[in-house]
Design a protein around this ligand. Sequence first.
Ligand SMILES: Nc1ncnc2c1ncn2[C@@H]1O[C@H](COP(=O)(O)OP(=O)(O)O)[C@@H](O)[C@H]1O
Ligand SMILES: [Mg+2]
Length: 258
Amino acid sequence: MPYQSADIFNQYALYSVLEQLGFYLPFPPWLSPIANDKLATLLYLRDAPVPPIPTVRIGTGRDVGKHLYEVALADLTYPAIVKPAGWCGGGGVNLARNAEDIRGLATLAQGGDTTLVVQPYLGDGTVDYRVYVIDGRPYPRVLRRTPEPGSPVSNASRGGIMDFPPTPPELVAATAYFAEKLPIPFYCIDFLFDGERFWFSELEPDGVIAPEFHDPQRALQRELTRARFAAYRDGHTRWLANGGAAPTLAHLSGMVTT
Ligand SMILES: Nc1ncnc2c1ncn2[C@@H]1O[C@H](COP(=O)(O)OP(=O)(O)O)[C@@H](O)[C@H]1O
Ligand SMILES: [Mg+2]
């Protein structure tokens, strides 16, 4: 959220220091802005075997009211999805019927320092498939989120229904591409299914591992969580074996001169 910007900057500073000191970072700072901004994600992963959703980004700032972004909307079809470029949980996701709706939403977003993205609406009943990638391999079950009738947003926080079917073969096959571009032990790739085909939607390096409410033991959620943290541990072990050095006392006291 924009009001957390100062905390986020502090974290970038801290993690840059830890990186320079030689710590192993399973969630490296270079990846964080790419994952946070939905257009940056789709550009970094633009050659994905599942096509990225066409996306226009509307920045924030004092000039939003001049509507200069409208030159980029010429090919947009309506209704369109208008949503924050870097929030989560389905927050701020809206449907726009026309450019005038976008003007209204863009000025609201401006008041909250929020960058937007605009995409074609993939249609009522669009379903979100989250693939959990652990150590470069797709978990055999996806988190599928289906929106409530009448809602365009499938997140649980907006009333979406969650279940865990087998990971579709097309998404299993796509994982090799993502694993090549994302050398980290755990992340989630989200795809939208419009009834006919999949679209690549977003990357969540800290994506939620949702509970399966029908199982009081939460066996799947627990297994996934264990696998995630085992993958971090294995990543650290591999990093050490490949010459990564654990920080020494001299590093930690800031006395290193090279
Ligand atoms: N272009 C789109 N077409 C159809 N539905 C969409 C589109 N973009 C987002 N949605 C719906 O809104 C939900 C939240 O959007 P998403 O981009 O995943 O943002 P968040 O980071 O908040 O999860 C998606 O899971 C999907 O249900
Ligand atoms: Mg999402």
